[in-house]
Write a protein that binds this ligand. Structure first.
Ligand SMILES: [Zn+2]
Length: 209
């Protein structure tokens, strides 16, 4: 589906997440448990999943750890809805290859909107997943789990499944403790927290892998 060259699914998800997050401003959707879960979500999905898992570990191989831990971090990163592990890695390695140049997938030369989040929401010839992964993330695709997540958008289905489980667990807890269901409102912005973090890399200097 295509609307004005936007990725309709990404755009709908982006708008929906932020619209739902606004509910947390209303007193009847607010709870301090929700605030705590918001911070926990930022740390879990953003800091651990994206920064440590996707970025430092899988993209740059800055350290090593047992495979089960790497895959756990990858699944946490996947919940941030910033592509599959393989495509994220491919985009980021491409970014380092052409940092801040025209071919950088989130090059600032294309304007503030593009560098900040336009590259996530708009279609671009440079962002076709297959050629990018073929060139920059073949090693990642050798892992059967990452290959499975890449196929047929399984990564997105997995994210929604984990979100649903997270929400149901929080909702059950809320009912048990007599609180409101503000946990959903805390979960949604947390899942997108990595976008801001990811955007920072777009202004980084070129580095080798
Ligand atoms: Zn990097």
């Amino acid at each position: 589906m295509r609307i004005f060259n936007c990725k309709a699914d990404a755009l709908v998800g982006f708008v929906l997440c932020h619209a739902l997050a606004v509910l947390a401003l209303f007193p009847w959707f607010f709870s301090w448990t929700g605030v705590i879960l918001l911070v926990a979500g930022i740390l879990l999905f953003g800091a651990l999943g994206i920064n440590v898992g996707f970025h430092r570990l899988i993209t740059h191989r800055g350290f090593s750890c047992p495979l089960w831990l790497e895959r756990t971090l990858a699944v946490l990163g996947t919940c941030s809805l910033q592509f599959s592990p393989a495509l994220w890695v491919a985009v980021h390695r491409c970014h380092h290859h052409y940092a801040d140049e025209e071919k950088d997938p989130h090059s600032p030369l294309r304007g503030f909107f593009w560098a900040h989040f336009g590259w996530l929401l708009m279609r671009s010839g440079d962002m076709k997943s297959r050629p990018l992964i073929e060139r920059y993330a073949k090693d990642v695709m050798r892992d059967p789990l990452y290959a499975l997540l890449e196929r047929r958008r399984n990564w997105m289905n997995l994210s929604f499944l984990i979100w649903l489980m997270f929400f149901l667990a929080g909702y059950a807890g809320a009912i048990a403790s007599g609180e409101t269901c503000a946990r959903l409102c805390s979960l949604v912005p947390a899942s997108w927290s990595g976008v801001g973090r990811y955007e920072r890399y777009s202004s980084g200097t070129r580095r080798g892998r």
